[in-house]
Design a protein around this ligand. Sequence first.
Ligand SMILES: [Zn+2]
Ligand SMILES: [Zn+2]
Length: 353
Amino acid sequence: MPPQGQTTTSSWVLYENDATSEDKSVTQVPPSAEDRKWIIVWRNVILMAVLHIGGLYGAYLFLTKAMWTTCFFAVFLYICSGLGITAGAHRLWAHKSYKARLPLRILLTLFNTIAFQDSVIDWARDHRMHHKYSETDADPHNATRGFFFSHVGWLLVRKHPEIKNKGHTIDMSDLWADPVLRFQKKNYLLLMPLCCFVLPTMIPTLWGESLWNAYFVCALFRYTYVLNVTWLVNSAAHKWGDKPYDKDINPVETRPVSLVVLGEGFHNYHHTFPWDYKTAELGHYSLNLSKLFIDTMSLLGMAYDLKTVSRDVIEKRVKRTGDGSHYLWGWDDKDVPAADKDGAVIINPDKTE
Ligand SMILES: [Zn+2]
Ligand SMILES: [Zn+2]
């Protein structure tokens, strides 16, 4: 366990290249944005390419050859591992938007290990960097470097030196204090292969599925799928959509992303109010399965101290910094007097001379 406040900058530990002495000399001079170097880590590129080819083949087997029980199990693993990221690493641990009793923390750590997106402590550290230094070189998946970089490219190149320079500013002592998370981190190289690949391949043989189908469908396809939908929050949800809460930041509201990543696509709201356990203002269950999960756990007494934002605070923020697209306090609000709308100036770039 490192001393309080100490952080490492390793991410996706199995993929990451080790820091070299060459790195250290680079970090001595804080670079400007123009100095960005795309030092490709070919080992990561090859691993990611092979994984995605296997994942695509698994998708083919999922659609054509696998038993329906195997397909059902793959979807079940997608939901569980997804919750391990959204309700676990993200809402519980990175943002502390609610508290969880020991059995729930163990369950979410198991789910998180099935997802193989590195240990909770490493994931949460990267995510806290993402919020604190959003859209700068110290943001691990800085969306200003383009869709591809923020989606997967950041895992294929050497980290920007600013991530190392600013890493020490992120306090992770709260998560290091949790014995469940310390156990996961310490035993990750044993637990991760077991939870993400070995058990998902073995379990379907109980109902007669072949090892081949089980491996490609429940391990590779399911894993690759969950990776990509998670990455959409960093890429698409920082690019295409409305900004009802804060028009001056890049994150947007996107329902399609919310649907596939269990409620994490309300990203303009989330970056404006990151401590809300719903990560959304409304959070209908169909688009926010993670909220349904946390609410259910709360009913069972496993989750408590759920934090959210008052309607009054949201309304003030929408009116002060929103882009006018809010369903209630935006342009379509039925309560806005017609006279006010008559006085509105509408700028249409296509029609300006
Ligand atoms: Zn974000
Ligand atoms: Zn977040």
